[in-house]
Design a protein around this ligand. Sequence first.
Ligand SMILES: [Zn+2]
Length: 349
Amino acid sequence: MSTSRSEPAPPVAALYFDGLSARAHAVTLTLDGATLHLNGADVSRSDALERVRLSEPMGQAARLISYADGAHAEVRDHAALARLLQDSGHRDHAFVRWAFDPRMVFAMFAGLLLAGWFAWQVGLPWAARMAAPRVPDEVVSAMSTQALGWLDNRVLTASTLSVQRRQTLRSAFDALAAGEGSAPRHSLQFRHGGRMRANAFALPDGTIIVTDELVDLAGDDDEVLAVLMHELGHVRARHGVRMLLQGSATALFMAWYLGDVSSLLATAPTALIQSGYSRSMESEADDFAARALVAQGRSPELLVSMLEKLARAHGESGDDGEGYLDWLSSHPDTGERIARLRAREFAVH
Ligand SMILES: [Zn+2]
């Protein structure tokens, strides 16, 4: 295995590209002191080692020897090249030059950006999904209280529905939810929506808010219940916690790093309000509602009808740019969701 220092290393086979044409020349490389000789049938050159750059080995990829004039040689036999360079002391030198090659720096930077983008698009939702079931109930409920307080201070006002009307809806919802064996803990609250208009949304702790405007918009209580079941679907899958974790990634990091949950609480309201559910979360909640409705002998058309009414109500005034929670942020997908609800059969599970 070991090559004696006095014995010259065997020539190394390489492919040479002169940088002018795409043609590959089969050549051999030899080293004479600090001079690299390249010889082929119709090409030969000799260059001082310090004038060429050598790429770092990366798996099976060919190592590149780059010349200052734009030519380069590719070497596939890593072991032979290593033997050739063994005594030259070239290695470190080449690495330092490679690392400061602006193209390499650019490539590394682009790689970093790509990794960051990937972490954001794929890693963060994944981490949020994994972490959501592990967030302690006290934290979930503190974040929810915080978010509702924020909305109550700025947007929502007390409901003007009669106590009896609210009680009727609450009982009907409880009865429908109770039919779902796996229904999570929940509580229904009424508010006047104001800028949020006809809307309903779920806080991560299971508090479901419905606005007077939505109750008025619905043809009957069954349609309101269909929307509430959709919200219960979000609660059950802990979508709110996931959106919260995703929306406050920085705060989450601080919470983990400093053991300080207050930073997470501080960003909770805005993170909740600014982030819309993903398309797949909406489908999941729609499916939950449709299955629950079918199980109780009702039709998923109740949800379809509400989707249409809500899209119309929010579309007409055209000022839905505030992105407030569920039924405003998600309505561009309404057509798709309706088609999906109608195409699927929601068998009783
Ligand atoms: Zn939804």
